[in-house]
Design a protein around this ligand. Structure first.
Ligand SMILES: N[C@@H](CCC(=O)N[C@@H](CS)C(=O)NCC(=O)O)C(=O)O
Length: 201
């Protein structure tokens, strides 16, 4: 396997897990200051332009801390990196989601990259938000297995649905496959019932 990483970044967490598991891997250093994460060769591996990326033995790329760590834990059950108990496992996911999404994604991201967030006010910030959403929708559009996010209906679909729903409300166009996913979700009786219950007609 190949781990695309930068010393001292969030990739250190995956580096620790690979070493804990004693797995052989090649470390490929990506310099964020030198914008190596935005080079076409790297974007071909990970169109999000983020690290970590783990390239598996069969050549597939796996991105994002939560996905990579989950896969490692499932692949190596004897290391007991995820509790068997459903609630205990959910508690692990709860911490992961908060650390990655909020502590890192919102807190440290601003501490480390204030220039990236600072703009000339509300419009500039909304422009940044829109650029992030547009890029993410384009990536998710290519990753959607179909007809649901991961093929069959899963816990990913209601999450994808709520951002598609927000896009709809804000008149942000959805790419073709996400648009089909949104339509499919809206055709589910439960989704219609929930929207009705929440006051949407
Ligand atoms: N949610 C992503 C976040 C990854 C992330 O933001 N990594 C930073 C390095 S710690 C990065 O790639 N920064 C470059 C950028 O996003 O432009 C994950 O869990 O992998």
């Amino acid at each position: 396997m190949k781990l695309y990483m930068a010393p001292g970044s969030c990739t250190t967490g995956i580096h620790i897990l690979l070493e804990e598991l004693g797995l052989p891997f090649e470390a490929w250093i990506i310099s964020i200051p030198a914008s190596q994460h935005l080079q076409p060769e790297y974007l071909a591996l990970n169109p999000k332009g983020s690290i970590p990326t783990l390239v598996l033995d069969d050549g597939q790329s796996l991105t994002d801390y939560i996905a990579i760590s989950y896969w490692l834990a499932r692949r190596h059950p004897r290391a007991r990196l995820m509790p068997d108990d459903a609630l205990a496992a959910a508690r692990v996911m709860e911490i992961l989601a908060y650390v990655v999404g909020t502590v890192h994604g919102q807190g440290f991201a601003r501490l480390f990259n204030a220039e990236g967030f600072a703009g000339s006010g509300k419009e500039a910030l909304q422009g940044q938000g829109r650029a992030i959403v547009d890029k993410a929708f384009a990536i998710l559009d290519t990753q959607l297995v179909g007809p649901y996010a991961a093929g069959e209906f899963s816990i990913a679909d209601p999450a994808l649905f709520y951002v598609e729903f927000w896009a709809d409300k804000l008149d942000i166009p959805l790419p073709l496959r996400l648009s089909a996913h949104y339509t499919l979700m809206r055709s589910r009786p439960v989704v219609q019932q929930v929207l009705r219950e929440e006051g949407y007609r």
